[in-house]
Write a protein that binds this ligand. Structure first.
Ligand SMILES: [Zn+2]
Length: 148
């Protein structure tokens, strides 16, 4: 019996909509939240150009590359910024801002690393225990604006 071996690996993430914890298969790219039933994107994203959406949300990592310009509410696990973000950022993990990076908006994250030369305009809350309040976010509308 190899049951132990073949068991699906899961990882815990926090729903990007309702902020409740969910377990997902380690290889999943997206999953439906069992609390709010909305689609949660897990995959890592690389933003290479101008990208304007209502909300950029993934339970993975987002890299905003040089010359990329993101205009969105950003909700991610980890974030690396070499380009520019305009909008509030919530990161459940680590935020790294490179020397050409620029964030205009409020940022909440667990840890922050900023290179000399980066521009940050906004209110920062950096706390290793940071956790967004679970919300009963209404299940309406913005399903479609979180494109990739
Ligand atoms: Zn949810």
């Amino acid at each position: 019996m190899v049951a132990e071996q073949s068991r699906l690996e899961t990882k815990g993430v926090v729903c990007t909509h309702c902020d409740r914890p969910i377990d997902i298969p380690a290889t999943a790219m997206s999953v439906n939240c069992r609390h709010c039933h909305r689609r949660v994107i897990i995959e890592d994203l690389k933003i290479k150009a101008y990208h304007a959406v209502m909300r950029l949300a993934t339970a993975g990592r987002v890299e905003v590359l040089k010359k990329a310009h993101v205009v969105a509410q950003v909700r991610v696990n980890d974030l690396a910024v070499e380009g520019e973000i305009k909008g509030d950022v919530i990161a459940l993990g680590h935020v790294v801002v490179g020397k050409k990076g620029k964030i205009t908006g409020d940022v909440s994250c667990r840890s922050l690393a900023v290179s000399a030369g980066a521009k940050l305009h906004g209110f920062y809350r950096v706390d290793p225990d940071f956790m967004p309040e679970p919300s009963a976010v209404s299940v309406e509308d913005d399903e479609d604006d979180e494109c990739v």
